[in-house]
Design a binder for this molecule. Structure first.
Ligand SMILES: *[C@@H]1O[C@H](CO)[C@@H](O)[C@H](O)[C@H]1NC(C)=O
Ligand SMILES: *[C@@H]1O[C@H](CO)[C@@H](O)[C@H](O)[C@H]1NC(C)=O
Ligand SMILES: *[C@@H]1O[C@H](CO)[C@@H](O)[C@H](O)[C@H]1NC(C)=O
Ligand SMILES: *[C@@H]1O[C@H](CO)[C@@H](O)[C@H](O)[C@H]1NC(C)=O
Ligand SMILES: *[C@@H]1O[C@H](CO)[C@@H](O)[C@H](O)[C@H]1NC(C)=O
Length: 314
């Protein structure tokens, strides 16, 4: 028995070391959370992965497929924010980040940008950097070759592995009503790399196009003003999973989008906090207190307890 326990720990330690960016409890990106504390109440609502559990791809072990996934969002070789990713719904339940833009600084680049894929959601052993879908296919093909994984079987082919593990461009392509809604938006960041890091499908949900370009966008812009005078503005933006999907049952359409912020001074003391909640329609964003948001989310998520910031950022 003792031997078994020891072996178990050894296994965990090895997996963990090889794989720093999908980590238990955001070990490598705690600094994006106020007082390094994680929001509570979201980890149990994720749905399980979408691979056939009785015939898993040869390169994937079932224990690597737990849902939600704690993703420390990496671009190049740096970590820029954190996302709690629901493998079953193929959307983030929330992204946590620091809003570094201030009203005095303009956004540097507004050019069109493509969304990336998270190779490590396919094989945990692949490195954590986000990549375009075609580059991810090449990477998986190379990994298969190096590990003797046969692509004669459909289940081992990149074109099956990628869309089974996550949402892809084709899911959103030409959808009339729902667009690629950034959860952590580019506009809350000044630095080009920080902006680029937000372009991953693990930070995107199907958002009503009028909302995305209208009221939600305006609210995001208003938040930049709320950050004035803050040394650090911690933000958690998330969704309430809905009962509808895009592309059959591919990607869940959230029923609501929500957001909470915690502004602190240079001693880490809270200065102000607030929240927003909106239906995933073109309606107005309700600006409410943190506690009110948590009460509403408790109802909407059919859960008993939601806490977004330590001590409600008070
Ligand atoms: C992760 O953090 C939560 C809340 O702090 C805690 O309940 C849970 O046990 C932790 N899990 C692991 C694997 O550390
Ligand atoms: C930001 O843009 C506005 C409007 O284009 C301009 O008036 C302002 O001077 C710019 N601020 C900075 C810091 O560049
Ligand atoms: C961000 O992405 C764009 C488009 O791929 C690229 O041109 C740019 O060099 C990247 N980095 C920065 C810092 O903007
Ligand atoms: C969402 O829509 C429902 C029904 O249309 C309405 O009762 C509710 O107040 C709306 N909530 C928000 C946050 O917009
Ligand atoms: C919460 O319960 C309602 C009513 O039963 C259901 O429609 C909805 O899908 C549930 N939401 C979640 C996130 O489980």
């Amino acid at each position: 028995m003792k031997m078994m326990v020891t072996m178990g720990w050894l296994f965990i330690a090895i997996v963990h070391k090889a794989e720093p960016f999908i980590s238990d409890n955001f070990t490598d990106c705690r600094n994006f959370f106020y007082n390094q504390m994680l929001p509570d109440g979201f980890q149990d609502i994720a749905l399980s992965h979408r691979f056939n559990p009785l015939d898993l791809p040869d390169g994937i072990k079932v224990e690597e497929l737990s849902s939600p996934v704690y993703i420390c969002q990496q671009y190049g070789n740096k970590i820029y924010f954190a996302s709690l990713y629901d493998r079953g719904r193929r959307v983030p339940l929330y992204s946590a980040y620091i809003l570094d833009r201030r009203s005095s600084s303009n956004s540097t680049n507004k050019r069109k940008h493509n969304f990336n894929i998270e190779p490590q959601l396919v094989y945990r052993q692949l490195d954590g950097t986000i990549l375009r879908e075609y580059s991810t296919k090449i990477k998986i093909g190379k990994y298969n070759k190096e590990h003797g994984i046969s692509e004669k079987e459909e289940k081992n082919r990149p074109h099956y592995l990628i869309p089974t593990s996550q949402a892809v461009d084709a899911d959103y392509y030409k959808n009339k009503h729902y667009g690629r809604g950034h959860v952590n938006p580019r506009g809350h960041h000044v630095d080009g790399d920080k902006q680029n890091a937000t372009f991953t499908f693990t930070n995107v949900v199907p958002m009503n196009k009028d909302l995305n370009n209208g009221n939600w966008n305006q609210y995001e812009n208003k938040m930049i003003g709320y950050a004035d005078g803050c040394t650090t503005m911690y933000v958690v933006t998330g969704i309430v999973p809905g009962n509808n999907w895009i592309k059959g049952d591919r990607v869940n359409i959230p029923s609501h989008v929500w957001n909470a912020y915690c502004c602190v001074d240079n001693n880490g003391k809270p200065i102000r906090s607030g929240a927003g909640l909106v239906n995933n329609t073109k309606e107005m964003v309700y600006e409410i207190a943190m506690k009110e948001l948590q009460m509403q989310l408790t109802n909407l998520l059919n859960t008993t307890h939601i806490a977004i910031f330590q001590n409600n950022c008070a």
